[in-house]
Design a binder for this molecule. Structure first.
Ligand SMILES: Cc1cc2nc3c(=O)[nH]c(=O)nc-3n(C[C@H](O)[C@H](O)[C@H](O)COP(=O)(O)OP(=O)(O)OC[C@H]3O[C@@H](n4cnc5c(N)ncnc54)[C@H](O)[C@@H]3O)c2cc1C
Length: 442
């Protein structure tokens, strides 16, 4: 908390005043601003160190190619559209299919294939699958981490045979036995859903009646990129009374009894309220708190163009094999059409697995996909990107340590939530929207 002298200095130095400051213009920041305006706020500042709106929804262009940092798919029934209905006509409708390369070198269903992973194991394999599940259910008394969680549900043998264990390492950024159980349950709920006996039996039997597929539409950003999409959200918020400060350099955040003072770009902005959606340790450092070491996955995205024969038909392919550092690839050209007569796609790699090096990542990818027969032809690296704070890593009690910092921020008067602000794995923009609405309705 500020001393009176410093507070007085800031009070006199403050040049602009807002009813609320929202730090971060990602989905959580945009929804927060929308909720605050709906609650009657009239002057809001949305400030971000990024010079774009949309947070970690990031694209990268070169020539006629526009790539995304990851695989971003949205839905037309997302609550985000209640806040920003003008986004809907800007999205592109797609009909994606997801596949996975399994350890046997087969491109098969994602996340698990009864045919290839279970029936394909043969009679000896069936016995091993069955006995390892039985063993886990009978003797695994405690579930302490992600590996034990998965093993409890599908048994150690299928965990290895399906490649799920290898994929989990790429997914979490650290070995699954180092991932705290809370996150495993949150991020891997689909394992228990898919592995329930009733579900497996249902999938083995021929469908008895017409099964309904998802009724929502799958959407992607427009071809021009995310900025074209989120411009519509920015305009709506600006009309409601929000001001955007992008590419900002945050310095410090101080407070006297009632007022916050944000020092940014060598000026001081005061506000009655601060909502933070930026990384917990960043805002903590701005407030002068001891910085917590919270580990996050840094994602390396490799952007390729390709001409030749593809060894798979799916638009999104996961790497469940035991080799190769890459985690997932997304064929943008399946959605947007070829550019320069070539396919183009983004590959996600956990940066730490390739020493944060695009060259190593590229070499590793090339070697693996060539051996797996996925790309036969001319594969060209068009560019790459490193994205810090892509996913929080919940190991060594980092979830609890983040919660402690968030409580300290709360005590200071700052409301901190969202994927970064809550150090919370929020898998979708839908979840981020709902969480922001909930946090601000308290
Ligand atoms: C690779 C990837 C793929 C995803 N795929 C999908 C998908 O298919 N569908 C879907 O609905 N959702 C997807 N999501 C999740 C969804 O994007 C998030 O739930 C939502 O965007 C989180 O928004 P946020 O504002 O809370 O946080 P973010 O957008 O992560 O960040 C908020 C703010 O924090 C600050 N910040 C973040 N990282 C840094 C940094 N390294 N340094 C400095 N400041 C930083 C910036 O100010 C940023 O604006 C994906 C996310 C990622 C990373």
């Amino acid at each position: 908390m500020l001393g009176m002298e410093a507070a007085a200095r800031n009070l006199t130095g403050a040049t602009e005043h807002y009813e609320a400051i929202v730090l971060g213009a990602g989905i959580t920041g945009l929804v927060s601003a929308s909720v605050l305006l709906a609650q009657g706020c009239r002057r809001i500042l949305v400030a971000d160190t990024y010079n774009h709106v949309g947070g970690n929804h990031i694209d990268w262009s070169t020539g006629d190619y526009t790539f995304d940092a990851g695989s971003f798919i949205f839905q037309d029934d997302s609550p985000l559209l209640r806040h920003f209905p003008e986004l809907l006509p800007r999205y592109m409708v797609i009909f994606p299919d997801w596949g996975r390369l399994n350890p046997q070198g087969v491109v098969t269903s994602y996340p698990i294939s009864v045919k290839d992973d279970i029936l394909g194991a043969g009679p000896m394999g069936w016995i091993r699958i069955f006995s390892s599940v039985l063993y886990a259910r009978l003797f695994q008394r405690k579930i302490r981490n992600a590996k034990e969680f998965a093993r409890y549900w599908i048994g150690g043998y299928l965990l290895h045979r399906s490649g799920l264990e290898s994929y989990m390492k790429r997914f979490y950024g650290v070995p699954p036995d180092e991932i705290d159980i809370q996150l495993a349950q949150k991020r891997m709920l689909w394992i228990s859903e898919h592995a329930s006996v009733a579900n497996l039996v249902r999938r083995l039997l021929p469908p008895r009646r017409q099964q309904k597929g998802p009724t929502n539409q799958q959407l992607i950003r427009p071809k021009q990129g995310f900025s074209h999409l989120y411009k519509a959200a920015t305009e709506r918020l600006e009309q409601g009374g929000a001001t955007f400060l992008l590419g900002a350099t945050f310095q410090t955040l101080e407070r006297n009894e009632k007022t916050f003072f944000l020092h940014v770009n060598d000026r001081t902005i005061s506000s009655d309220r601060v909502i933070s959606t930026i990384p917990v340790n960043h805002v903590g450092a701005m407030c002068g708190f001891k910085s917590e070491q919270l580990s996050s996955v840094t994602l390396l995205s490799l952007f390729f163009s390709f001409s030749g024969q593809r060894g798979f038909t799916q638009s999104i392919l996961y790497n469940f094999s035991h080799q190769g550092a890459w985690k997932r690839l997304t064929m943008h050209s399946d959605f947007y059409g070829h550019a320069n007569g070539r396919d183009y796609f983004a590959v996600e790699v956990i940066a730490a697995d390739v020493d944060f090096s695009a060259e190593l990542g590229e070499q590793n990818f090339r070697n693996h996909v060539q051996a797996a027969g996925l790309f036969d032809g001319d594969l060209k690296l068009e560019g790459s990107m490193l994205l810090e704070n892509a996913y929080p890593i919940y190991s060594k009690q980092s979830g609890a340590r983040a919660a402690e910092t968030i409580r300290a921020l709360e005590h200071f008067g700052i409301e901190s939530f969202g994927r970064q602000g809550g150090f919370d794995y929020q898998p979708t923009a839908r979840v981020s929207t709902i969480e922001a609405e909930t946090a601000l309705s308290r």
